[in-house]
Write a protein that binds this ligand. Structure first.
Ligand code: KDO
Length: 338
C-alpha cells in the first residue's frame, strides 16, 4: 500500500467511526434527518376545527408510523398566503394543505360547479358526492392538472352572511351596495355578486379589522368560523342565506406522495381521513348550536327568503361562463346523488 492510499484509508475509517459515534450519541437527530417532512399551511385560526384537525392528523401518523414523519403545522396563513398553497405544493415547497373548490377551479375549470351557490344541498350530500364516482373523476382531474392529490373531504360548514349593521334582508336586491368581503379570487367575487352584494376581496386574516373599522360592511362564512375568528364581536347580524355548503379538501403534493412507500401512503391517507372525520363530526355538532350563542352575544339572527336567493343565484350561475365548462350531465348527476 502506498503512503497516500494508507492515509486515505485511515481517514475514511476515522470518519466512519466518528459518524457511528454521532449516531449512537444523537439517535433522535439522526432519525429526524430521515423522517419524511410534511409541512402543513392553512389560513385557519387555532380555535377552528379545521385547524385542530391537523393535530389529529399528526397524532394519528405518530401512532401508525412512530418516528417516520415530521409533521409541521403552520396556522393563520403564516407559511403561505391564503390561496397560494396549491402552487407551493406543486413546486415542492409545501406538502399539505386544505384547498378549496375555488382554488381548484382556477386550474380545473369544471370544478367551478362546486363554487356555485345552492348546488350541494347539505353535509351528507357533500360527502356522498365527493366520496362516490363524481369525486373520484373530479379528483383524478385535480391530480393530473395540479400535481396535488386530494385525500379527504372536509365539511367547512354552510356559509351565511354576517353584517356589521342590521338590515332587513329578504331577497338579493336587499344586499345592493353592501360591501361584502369575499376571499381574493374571481370565482369567490362572482359568488358575492350573485348574492346581490358588491363583492370586495380581502384575505381571511384581515376580515376582523375590516369589519371593525368599516372598510367592509359584511362577510360570509360558516357559523363555526364566525365564532372561531370572533367576527361576532364586530358584527350585529347574521342572515341565514345558507348559500354554499362549503367543502375543503385535505390535499398533498403528488411529488411528496410519490416519494413515499406504498405503506406510508396508506398511513397518510388514513390520517387524513381521521382528521376530516374529527372536523366533520365536531363542526356539524357546533354549527347546530351556534344560533343561540350568537343571540346571547347580542346579534340578530334572521332568515331571508331562501328560495328567492336560491333561484336568483342558480340563474346567475346557469347564465354564466362558468356553467359553459361544466361537463354535460354533471349537475344532474350531482342532484341525483342521494
Ligand atoms: C374565507 O376566507 O372566507 C374562508 O372561509 C375560505 C375557505 O376556503 C378557507 O380558506 C377558510 O377561509 C380558511 O381556512 C379560514 O377558516
Amino acid at each position: 500500500m502506498t503512503h497516500s492510499l494508507l492515509r486515505r484509508t485511515l481517514l475514511a475509517t476515522a470518519s466512519a467511526i466518528v459518524l457511528m459515534g454521532a449516531l449512537l450519541l444523537y439517535p433522535q437527530q439522526a432519525q429526524a434527518q430521515n423522517k419524511v417532512l410534511l409541512r402543513v399551511s392553512t389560513p385557519a385560526v387555532p380555535d377552528d376545527w379545521h385547524a385542530k384537525m391537523w393535530t389529529v392528523f399528526k397524532d394519528n401518523l405518530e401512532k401508525s408510523a412512530p418516528g417516520e414523519f415530521d409533521v409541521q403545522i403552520n396556522l393563520n396563513a403564516t407559511l403561505f398566503k391564503q390561496g397560494t398553497e396549491p402552487t407551493a405544493m406543486a413546486r415542492g415547497n409545501l406538502e399539505l394543505s386544505s384547498i378549496s373548490a375555488f382554488d381548484i377551479a382556477k386550474l380545473v375549470p369544471e370544478f367551478s360547479i362546486f363554487t356555485a351557490g345552492y348546488v350541494i344541498t347539505g353535509p351528507e350530500h357533500q360527502q356522498k358526492v365527493f366520496n362516490g364516482p363524481i369525486g373520484a373523476e373530479m379528483f383524478k382531474a385535480v391530480a393530473e392538472k395540479m400535481d396535488v392529490t386530494p385525500l379527504s373531504t372536509v365539511y367547512l360548514g354552510t356559509r351565511q352572511i354576517n353584517l356589521r349593521d342590521p338590515r332587513n334582508v329578504k331577497v338579493p336586491a336587499d344586499l345592493k351596495g353592501i360591501k361584502l368581503r369575499m376571499p381574493s379570487s374571481k370565482e369567490w367575487l362572482f359568488l358575492g355578486e350573485a348574492l346581490g352584494a358588491t363583492a370586495t376581496p380581502l384575505a381571511f386574516g384581515e376580515v376582523y379589522l375590516g369589519l371593525k373599522t368599516g372598510t367592509i360592511d359584511g362577510q360570509d362564512n360558516p357559523l363555526p368560523s364566525v365564532r372561531a375568528a370572533k367576527f361576532y364581536e364586530v358584527t350585529k347580524q347574521i342572515v341565514l342565506t345558507s348559500h354554499l355548503v362549503d367543502g375543503i379538501f385535505i390535499a398533498i403534493s403528488s411529488k411528496a406522495l410519490n416519494a413515499m412507500t406504498p405503506v406510508q401512503q396508506q398511513k397518510v391517507k388514513a390520517a387524513a381521513q381521521a382528521a376530516s372525520g374529527y372536523n366533520n363530526e365536531n363542526r356539524l355538532k357546533e354549527e347546530g348550536q351556534l344560533v343561540d350563542f350568537f343571540k346571547q352575544q347580542g346579534l340578530q339572527v334572521t332568515t331571508p327568503d331562501v328560495d328567492a336567493f336560491r333561484k336568483s343565484v342558480q340563474t346567475t350561475y346557469q347564465n354564466s361562463d362558468y356553467a359553459k365548462v361544466w361537463p354535460k350531465g354533471l349537475l344532474e348527476r350531482i342532484n341525483a346523488t342521494k
